[in-house]
Design a protein. Structure first.
Length: 215
């Protein structure tokens, strides 16, 4: 059976889980403790997840490559990537910058992490973003920067990102927005909430077998 090695909080991993759920691909889910460098290095030569072991063997740690290869019948319209990928990447990079500053301190206390992996995560992420307690103190700054980006996002939905049906582009966008559900008191606008809910219904995140990460 195929195996997906992933982090629960990671938008690129969520992307693959959403796509595999939509495509009804059966796979074993392995949540990798965030501090484990050996496993990803051994499988792909780099500490980067998601890593997918294809049903016939072989690994990839590139989310879009994994999805394109598993979407044999092109049910996710992966052809749309050619015309839309760079503008969507630009949008999700800008969304991600604010979402990650808001959510990382909260993700660190989800069951994915144990004390050791939480410590590793915090040390690593604070190098770029500064102390987690400051991120929480300065939340308004990130919420203010996020608001116009969410408005911009809303305007692009018709009702899906590239038209009337769900595609790979929605999975790329929704997997980034998804993280915000953890942020205390954050409320999506009606439009974004009603976009995300059917995306979720369509993609059922396969249940996660947490392996070895609990305290
Ligand atoms: N291009 C990769 C990017 C994956 C990626 O950036 N993964 C992050 C987690 S969100 C990672 O593993 N970074 C190394 C680390 O967090 O230690 C993809 O699309 O799959």
């Amino acid at each position: 059976m195929a195996i997906l090695y992933h982090y629960v909080h990671c938008p690129y991993c969520i992307r693959v889980r959403m796509a595999l759920g939509h495509l009804e691909v059966d796979y074993q889910s392995v949540v990798v403790p965030y501090h484990d460098e050996d496993l990803p290095n051994k499988l792909c030569g780099k500490k980067m997840l998601p890593i997918f072991e294809f049903p016939g063997g072989g690994h990839s740690n590139e989310s879009l490559l994994i999805i394109e290869r598993m979407d044999e019948k092109d049910r996710l319209n992966c052809d749309l990537l050619e015309s839309h990928k760079s503008s969507l990447d630009h949008l999700t990079d800008r969304l991600g910058a604010q979402i990650h500053s808001l959510c990382m301190p909260y993700w660190a206390y989800t069951p994915e992490f144990n004390p050791q992996s939480r410590h590793y995560f915090q040390q690593k992420k604070e190098v770029k973003r500064g102390p987690f307690n400051k991120l929480i103190q300065n939340k308004q700054q990130y919420l203010d920067a996020l608001a116009p980006l969410l408005e911009e996002t809303e305007k692009l939905l018709t009702p899906y990102y590239a038209g009337e049906s769900l595609s790979i582009l929605d999975i790329m966008l929704a997997s980034h927005l998804w993280g915000l559900y953890i942020f205390p008191e954050f409320q999506f606008s009606d439009k974004l909430h009603s976009y995300l809910q059917p995306v979720k219904k369509n993609v059922t995140l396969n249940t996660t077998r947490i392996s070895g990460a609990r305290a």
